[in-house]
Design a protein around this ligand. Sequence first.
Ligand code: NAI
Ligand code: CS2
Length: 497
Amino acid sequence: MSQERLNNSILENLPPEVIKPAYDRNEVTPGIVHLGIGAFHRAHQAWYTENRIAAGEKDWGIIGASLRSPGVRDQLVPQNGLYSLVEKSNAGTKVQIIGAVSDVFVAPESPSQLLELLAREEIRIVSLTITEKGYCHDPASGNLNPKHPDVVQDLENPEQPKSALGFIVGALKLRKERGLPGFTVLSCDNLPSNGKLLGRVLVQYAKLVDAELAAWIAQNTTTPATMVDRIVPATTDADRDELEALMGCRDEAAVMAEPFSQWVVEDNFLRGRPEWDKAGATFVDDVEVYELIKLRLLNGSHSMLAYSGYLAGFETVADVMAEPAFNKLALHFMKTEATTSIDVPADFDVAAYQAELIERFENRALRHRTWQIAMDGSQKIPQRWLGTLRHQLDKNGPIEVLSFALANWIRYVSAVDESGNAIEVSDPLAAELKALCDRYKPEGAKALAEAFLAFTPVFGEDLRNSERLLPAVADWLEKLAERGTLACVQSSFGTVE
Ligand code: NAI
Ligand code: CS2
């Protein structure tokens, strides 16, 4: 039988080893609204902010908002916004109760309430983890997709927005009309130049509303870039049950994370910010090289392992990494294709970074599902693989692993696995991608590869013309169809160094 839910009144009864908020939560006032209050925000930005609130920066409390569903609100509000951050590794478990989040709004229940919250003068930062697809952009070009259904809806119903862009621009419109200052919009999503991208699509969207408003927004907001890194798998009921046994109460909002965390932020805030650097974040003038290294080495490997690992029958990343040939493949990819595509700073120990990534992927205490990482590939692949691929094609460098990865992604989005079982493909372009498979797979590997490389929303206009890439992907498609992913990995990468 489930025990009492975590809440303010039982904090002091929790086991002594559980770290509790070391401040009076009643003294904290909101300064941040976070859109997309999912697992990652609670395990990353909110954790850094918790440290600063505990250090006395009490006007940086967080109010969360979901633009999609009431789930996290229903988990957090009955718990007074409290949740457990559970660090899990082969070295053990550490639990910290986070108190930085005071409330959660559910936008579809009352869009006007969220617009008014975002328009409150004390809100100085609006941060986002809305997934790569939340920016309503064209992944290949990085520009706003004006035909995106949410953009069309929001332009027709500006007081009832659905998209993050609609809410942000709507709130800024209210602030402008009321003579209030703007705010900083902080993307914490895995996108390259996420600050520039966000600033671009915000102004492109605002121009569709009102040119003068767009000009005001450009002058009265900042959109700093960030590189964010902490592996945070979706929490399972087994995780919650295990935590309940440890804590003696039920926490429906618990998040699971690795001990490692990194946050690199461009220091460009309109109306101040928490001193996150005193909690371990790094403020820099230029985030780009940090982004490239992380997105291409960590996320590029993650997605390659997700599609090939899933098709090889492995449920989690740690399961994939336990197969020696996959373990070798991951490091081989990092060393030969991803790293050589980046101008790595001389003082950066990339070998140590690569070794740390392998160790992080091997963490058996975290059950990071290949299926979860495989989500939204059409929105992820451009920044995780295609930048690397374009570099290697331009320099006549190696493309063996990335062409293998693309072939596995094509097989994955066909929505049928190697045993003929259905794959639940979660991707905003899933229907279009499956239609490509259904239409061209019967015509053979070359036709299928050609159709995908010509799919401009993901691949843009250039990659279809590559004389190297097309045969490389087609060749892998034929091998994978003949022998399956695991056999291909074992025979082709089992002895790589
Ligand atoms: P999650 O599933 O727990 O939360 C996703 C959030 O995005 C939810 O609040 C959901 O409502 C919102 N969302 C989804 N589609 C949206 C849309 N079209 N418009 C507006 N909001 C939308 O996922 P999690 O783990 O919090 O990850 C979220 C993002 O954080 C990732 O997509 C990635 O960009 C970033 N991230 C995640 C890491 C992780 O290991 N989980 C690590 C580094 C970055
Ligand atoms: C993962 C990332 O789900 C995915 O796409 O590759 O969320 C990954 O866990 C983080 O970027 C790690 O910082």
